[in-house]
Design a protein. Structure first.
Ligand SMILES: [Zn+2]
Length: 321
């Protein structure tokens, strides 16, 4: 393996690992109480890692579309497949089978791709991971993307929408950052601005995660209405793709929203991230915490979630035809 391939692989694994984790910035907690979990209800499989069960389902459940739980702890009933090819999009990395989402998410990304197709040099969008057919934790990557309401959109402008399956496994997106994410590089264009802005302006969108330099650039370049900038949040990674999160579909009472971002355009916060990248703050030595008598059990998250940790309804989602 040559150095360049190794570097690419390392970069890609970082991209995947850095994508929209459970700690997704401000307001990680949901507003409503969490749903009761499966617990021991599921018998012997209760202690099986949920990713091994959800990661092997080939198709969505034959149920009506409904979200159970939250972005980083939940599952999806009645998931809809994003067609592998559309007039203004292609789904990428088909071998992962993560081109499934809530029908609202599928509608959102297809409409966004129609908008993107009007940008110079863009024939539409390359769509990365959404969710598994029935959501849930994944075998690799992503702590979130569990309920069909998250989607990764590639930064690479699609010039061809007739890529073969094999090409879609092998081509890489482009990075749009320099200086470790403090700034955009020359691959970032006004079209990126326009597409991210259109994604944020969709009323269904609650957050967009992108590297700090892109948010700062958008803050600098936006001369019109700035209210949409509130939804665009600086985060680690997210320079090969940006991450769109939509809110719980209306009337879906078993879906748990994340708290909204703080008021304002968030530009000062993004500039703070930028400054911290350029001049990393010195770490203060942390005093060793005194050992407590009873160690608090660490809450499982992401890929280590057991079936028992998921909302009770996820048992039926898994078992449904
Ligand atoms: Zn993501």
């Amino acid at each position: 393996m040559n150095v360049r391939i190794l570097a690419t692989l390392t970069a890609l694994s970082f991209v995947i690992a850095g994508c929209g984790g459970a700690r997704d910035i401000s307001g990680a907690k949901s507003q409503k109480a969490e749903l009761p979990t499966i617990g021991e209800l599921s018998g012997p499989v209760a202690n099986v890692q949920a990713r091994k069960l959800f990661g092997t389902k080939a198709a969505g459940s034959r149920q009506r579309a409904e979200v159970f739980g939250s972005y980083a702890r939940g599952c999806l009933a009645g998931g809809q497949e994003l067609a592998e090819n559309g007039p203004t999009w292609q789904a990428m990395r088909l071998s992962r089978n993560r081109n499934w989402g809530h029908p609202e998410m599928i509608d959102m990304v297809t409409k966004l791709s129609q908008f993107a197709a009007q940008q110079p040099g863009w024939n539409g969008l390359y769509i990365g991971d959404i969710s598994q057919p029935r959501g849930g934790p994944m075998l690799t990557g992503h702590a979130s993307h569990q309920v069909g309401l998250d989607a990764d959109i590639w930064m690479l402008p699609p010039t061809s929408l007739s890529l073969t399956r094999k090409q879609r496994e092998n081509i890489s997106s482009i990075s749009t950052r320099r200086a470790k994410g403090a700034y955009v590089n020359s691959s970032w264009t006004r079209s990126h601005h326009n597409i991210v802005k259109a994604a944020a302006k969709d009323p269904r969108t609650t957050r967009i995660l992108i590297f700090p330099g892109a948010k700062v650039q958008m803050c600098n370049d936006e001369k019109g209405d700035r209210s949409y900038l509130r939804k665009i949040r600086p985060w680690y990674g997210h320079h090969y793709h940006f991450h769109v999160r939509i809110g719980c579909p209306s009337g879906d009472n078993s879906c748990r929203n994340q708290n909204p971002p703080p008021p304002g355009d968030g530009c000062a916060e993004a500039r703070k991230w930028q400054a911290d990248i350029l001049n990393p703050p010195k770490r203060k030595p942390v005093a060793k915490p005194k050992p407590t008598k009873k160690p608090v059990p660490k809450r499982r998250s992401g890929r280590s979630l057991l079936l028992a940790d998921l909302p009770a309804q996820c048992k039926a989602v898994l078992e449904s035809r």
